[in-house]
Design a protein around this ligand. Structure first.
Ligand SMILES: Nc1ncnc2c1ncn2[C@@H]1O[C@H](COP(=O)(O)OP(=O)(O)O)[C@@H](O)[C@H]1O
Ligand SMILES: [Mg+2]
Length: 311
């Protein structure tokens, strides 16, 4: 098995706080690793270390077979990085942004222009090529950002929360681009707060929390880890939510929905009888397999409304 990215025991401290507290990870060449975690989990720190922008305090990492600390220049030649915050120059047009990066990478004026045109076409930005990036929509900006990181034809790509803040349409477009890149053999490490995104794109997942690995495996393996079914219930009357929560021993979501894990399929009918006896009428009830949201909740205790936001 060849790994495009391998890291062992990564530690990064800021003062007395460990942003990373011993992270191991591996990404098979030509696959997508989704790194999931709530805000502050250490996702960006991990990406920065792997992309040679920060040095680890402990541990070691190989990217494309090169050591990120001792062979940083080699690593930089292989990788592309799209950071969490848009990095394009707003005063420059789409074409100018791409040509500038091409020139910085040592391409001739003609090659830089040709590469820019090719990328603009690929990202459906040809019509906006002569417009200043400052006038682009959020989705266009992210696509230009991604295009900028692809000028050098990287074989390994780091995407740090590439779709945070995008509307569903723009998010879908970006997912398609990532799928195309993977079809071309590019290895992708993507961080995200959106479980749907991880489920859609990632071959493997790494859930991190407080700088540590909370779980890893394929999306299906992680779902199996959450075990059993889930019963979702929503009382019709808002006033009944607390009462139902008391009976079920569950914490209601913002929308009044209650979810309980089910390990015995005889339980759901019994639950419904109990609620009925208490005079609670349900607007919705559904038995389902665990989602990645449940996995996340089980593993990190993070409220799933936060993780599912904007889905
Ligand atoms: N340059 C820095 N200086 C001090 N603390 C930092 C710095 N960068 C990150 N941290 C802290 O390290 C932790 C992990 O941050 P980060 O990697 O940005 O998390 P994530 O990307 O998962 O939201 C957070 O507690 C954050 O406040
Ligand atoms: Mg981050």
């Amino acid at each position: 098995m060849t790994y495009a990215i391998e890291a062992e025991g990564l530690v990064k401290r800021y003062g007395d706080k460990a942003a990373l507290d011993g992270i191991d990870l591996r990404v098979r060449a030509g696959t997508v690793l989704g790194v999931l975690g709530p805000n502050g989990a250490g996702k960006t720190t991990a990406v920065r270390i792997l992309a040679t922008l920060a040095a680890p305090d402990e541990g070691r990492a190989l990217v494309g077979g090169f050591d990120v600390t001792r062979q940083a220049a080699k690593v930089r030649q292989l990788i592309g990085l799209t950071g969490q915050y848009a990095s394009v120059d707003e005063k420059l047009t789409g074409t100018q942004n791409l040509v500038m990066i091409g020139r910085l990478l040592g391409l001739s004026r003609t090659s830089a222009k040709a590469r820019a045109a090719e990328l603009l076409e690929r990202f459906s930005l040809t019509e906006a090529a002569a417009k200043q990036a400052g006038a682009y929509s959020g989705g266009m900006r992210r696509r230009l950002d991604l295009a900028v990181s692809l000028v050098s034809r990287p074989r390994i790509l780091f995407l740090d929360e590439p779709t945070t803040g995008l509307d569903p349409h723009a998010r879908n477009e970006l997912w398609d681009v990532v799928r195309e890149l993977v079809a071309d053999g590019v290895t992708v490490l993507l961080t995200t707060q959106y479980l749907a995104e991880a489920d859609q794109l990632a071959d493997d997942l790494l859930v991190i929390d407080n700088g540590r690995v909370a779980a890893s495996g394929s999306p299906d393996e992680l779902k199996a880890l959450a075990g059993g079914h889930r019963l979702d219930l929503k009382p019709l009357r808002r006033d009944d939510v607390e009462k139902a929560a008391g009976i079920l021993g569950a914490k209601p979501g913002e929308d009044g929905r209650l979810t309980i894990p089910i390990h015995d399929l005889a339980v759901p009918p019994a639950v419904l009888r109990k609620l009925d006896e208490a005079g609670i009428v349900l607007a919705e009830h559904a038995l389902r397999l665990p989602s990645l949201d449940d996995v996340f909740l089980t593993l990190t205790g993070t409220d799933k409304t936060l993780m599912g936001a904007g889905k």
